[in-house]
Ligand binder design. Structure first.
Ligand code: EPZ
Length: 456
């Protein structure tokens, strides 16, 4: 019996088979940050000159964003984790629905395309499993910068009004420090006329990475990472070479997996202050953590229950709430997990309860009583980070677990199971040979075949 499954997805997706009660040991290489690479790819639309992006993770979300850019006429040369991007021949200012629908981050293109070409048409990004994902902060900010925006048949149509060919700088105060809205507006303001101030801006490291690259391209952006960002628009942006920052969420996921198995591992490269809130909570719950340059070593000890409350950076990241919840299921004592960023990001709770965790859920607050152990079983992840949480639970659990819904996982974790395998976990990816509605699926046994099956 598979829990959390919509029967169809169980039958036709790959799964990870995990032998529980594993231990991690060794060093794990952290990939480039998905949520930085995605917006940096968008920012490449702002120049006619060549952008070279290094340390780009190989993920399905990145492949989707590449498809969207290529559809606009961008030329991309893929040199493994390095991308050469040439946007001088962009011909289309409209993003196709079928490509945008699967990747919310593609909506952030609207600011870059509008400010560079004077108009942009981008389909409304759908909601997803974790929430409705509105875009009002993006729209309000672009209108404040001088855009005329109408939404027709699900398409956001934006153009620069008053027949001017540039947006104009202005003072914007966000109601919520939205990461995406801050990124959209920084890109739009980078080529606007005059100064833009964004108050209550998001402070995430990915915003700082974006501003660093834009400034290399000739932008004039000050105080990225603070609540008030200043952008003095320029006439033109040039090319540059930029290395994507390490993925703090992947790094945090591995630290949590080590804490959950009382293991000792080293993760590198990381930027330690990007993980401060997570490190503090892991130390509070009993793990020992040593920081040395761009490496972090965790020595997992007996874990005790601690409370977490997700918040915009530098608070505890919502993207690590589900993995940390998995850790708390076997902590000594009680813990309280409060999700404040997304309205529906507790889908993993019921699945952890089926494995034997003792959790009471009241809206977005989970009250956990640690148990001795949980039981392995077949489960389906419903979003990127809940899938990671289920894998951590499978590593903790007694017995074997099979985790389905890997299309979510492959969006945000590069070679996740091979990294875990190298750390000593017995885990493998299985491609199910199932006839389903008369259609049969290929049998592939080894994970090295996986790349052939990655979503386009
Ligand atoms: C980014 O999403 C990340 N995605 C998310 O990572 C991350 O969870 C989130 O920031 C918060 O840190 C990318 O960078 C591609 P938000 P984003 O706008 O920009 C409300 C992952 O797992 N809001 O900061 O969409 C919204 O409803 C993904 O890697 C508005 O009300 O997040 C939510 O409650 C998941 N109006 C809150 O703000 C708006 O116009 C945070 O959203 C925009 C957002």
């Amino acid at each position: 019996m598979v829990c959390g499954s919509k029967k169809k997805s169980y039958l036709k997706s790959q799964n990870l088979k995990i032998f529980g009660q594993g231990k991690l040991n060794g060093i794990v290489q952290i990939s480039g940050a998905k949520n930085s690479a995605l917006v940096l790819l968008t920012a490449s639309l702002l120049t006619n000159e060549r952008i070279i992006l290094e340390n780009v993770p190989r993920l399905t979300d990145i492949e989707k964003m590449r498809n969207i850019l290529e559809n606009l006429g961008v030329n991309l040369i893929d040199k493994n984790n390095k991308l050469e991007i040439d946007s001088k021949n962009i011909s289309i200012k409209e993003l196709p629905y079928e490509l945008v629908n699967g990747l919310r981050a593609s909506f952030f293109c609207i600011g870059a395309i509008l400010t560079k070409f004077g108009e942009a048409k981008v389909p409304l990004p759908g909601g997803c499993d974790i929430g409705s994902r509105p875009i009002d902060e993006h729209i309000n900010g672009l209108e404040a910068l001088g855009a005329e925006i109408i939404i027709e048949e699900g398409i956001v149509k934006a153009k620069i009004k008053r027949k001017k060919n540039k947006l104009h700088g202005t003072h914007i105060k966000l109601n919520f420090p939205s990461v995406g809205a801050t990124e959209t507006l920084i890109m739009a303001a980078s080529l606007a006329e005059g100064r833009t101030i964004i108050e209550n801006a998001a402070r995430e490291p990915e915003i700082q990475d974006l501003c660093q690259m834009l400034n290399k391209m000739g932008a004039r952006i000050y105080d990225a990472g603070k609540e008030k960002i200043i952008i003095d628009g320029v006439n033109k942006l040039g090319g540059c070479t930029h290395k994507v920052i390490p993925d703090r969420i992947e790094a945090g996921t591995f630290l949590i997996a080590a804490a959950a198995t009382s293991s000792s591992i080293t993760i590198s490269p990381v930027i330690p202050h990007h993980l401060e809130a997570v490190i503090n909570k892991l130390q509070e719950s009993g793990s020992k953590i040593n920081i040395k340059g761009n490496s972090i070593t965790i020595i997992g000890k007996e874990i005790k229950g601690v409370d977490i409350y997700t918040a915009p950076f530098p608070g505890f990241p919502t993207d690590l709430q589900a993995p940390f919840t998995a850790l708390m299921t076997i902590a000594k004592g009680e813990s309280k997990i409060t999700e404040t960023i997304f309205e529906n990001r507790m889908n993993h709770i019921n699945l952890l309860k089926k494995m034997g965790a003792s959790i009471k859920l009241n809206k977005n607050i989970a009250y956990i009583k640690g148990v001795q152990t949980i039981k392995g079983m077949d489960l389906v992840g419903s979003d990127l980070r809940s899938s990671a949480a289920l894998i951590i639970a499978g590593i903790i659990a007694e017995g074997i677990s099979k985790i389905y819904g890997l299309d979510h996982l492959d969006r945000g974790y590069e070679n996740f199971e091979s990294k875990l395998e190298k750390l000593g976990i017995k885990i493998s990816r299985e491609f199910n040979h199932k006839t389903f509605g008369g259609k049969s699926y290929k049998i592939e046994t080894k994970s090295e075949e996986m790349s052939k099956f990655r979503a386009a």
